[in-house]
Design a protein. Structure first.
Length: 190
């Protein structure tokens, strides 16, 4: 039975959303196409009508993950009513983000794996990182554009690194200490 264009578009969106979540939870090699499609409620055969390859899906899923995670940070900043940089750091470096990688930062979840992938995925990751850094630079105090960008680069690297470490260690107290120290270094308490 042939599906309509609207249904095919909806199916594609569902696969992208599911892939964005599952890749961040399990890694690129942690889920195959058949299981991914099953998780999306679709058949394995439908995959190739939507995507040229798993790498194509990985690249598009990374772009989708940047959109959804970036939206969460933006909402945290908008609802904070206070220091936007502190709100962004607190949201990113939260226990909820640490404990639920499937809805969080694609770089913290997949950055090391992405470095060993093909050009399409690395391009998607590069574009997402650039956008995050540009957004973060807009939150930085001061007027000098170069200084704001430099501080955004350092802050982004600190946040991603802290999240990777906090997820990697087995000691919950050390994990929490890593997150708190990174947040304090990015937006020191007044």
């Amino acid at each position: 039975m042939k599906v309509s264009r609207d249904q095919a578009a909806q199916n594609r969106e569902r696969v992208l959303d599911m892939a964005a979540r599952l890749f961040r939870e399990r890694g690129f090699g942690g889920i195959g196409v058949a299981d991914l499609m099953k998780s999306a409620g679709l058949t394995h055969g439908g995959f190739y009508g939507q995507f040229a390859s798993k790498e194509d899906l990985m690249a598009e899923a990374c772009s989708r993950a940047f959109q959804s995670a970036g939206g969460g940070l933006q909402r945290a900043v908008e609802s904070s009513g206070g220091d936007p940089l502190a709100a962004a750091a607190a949201s990113y470096l939260s226990l909820a983000h640490r404990d639920h990688p499937g809805g969080g930062c694609v770089v913290a979840a997949l950055g090391a794996e992405a470095a060993r992938q093909g050009p399409a995925l690395r391009r998607a990751l590069t574009e997402g990182v650039r956008a995050q850094i540009d957004w973060l630079a807009g939150l930085m105090p001061g007027r000098a554009r170069a200084a704001k960008r430099e501080r955004a680069l350092a802050s982004y690297a600190a946040m991603v690194g802290a999240m990777v470490l906090a997820r990697a260690v087995e000691d919950p107290a050390l994990s929490e200490e890593i997150l708190q120290a990174a947040a304090a270094s990015i937006a020191p308490p007044a």
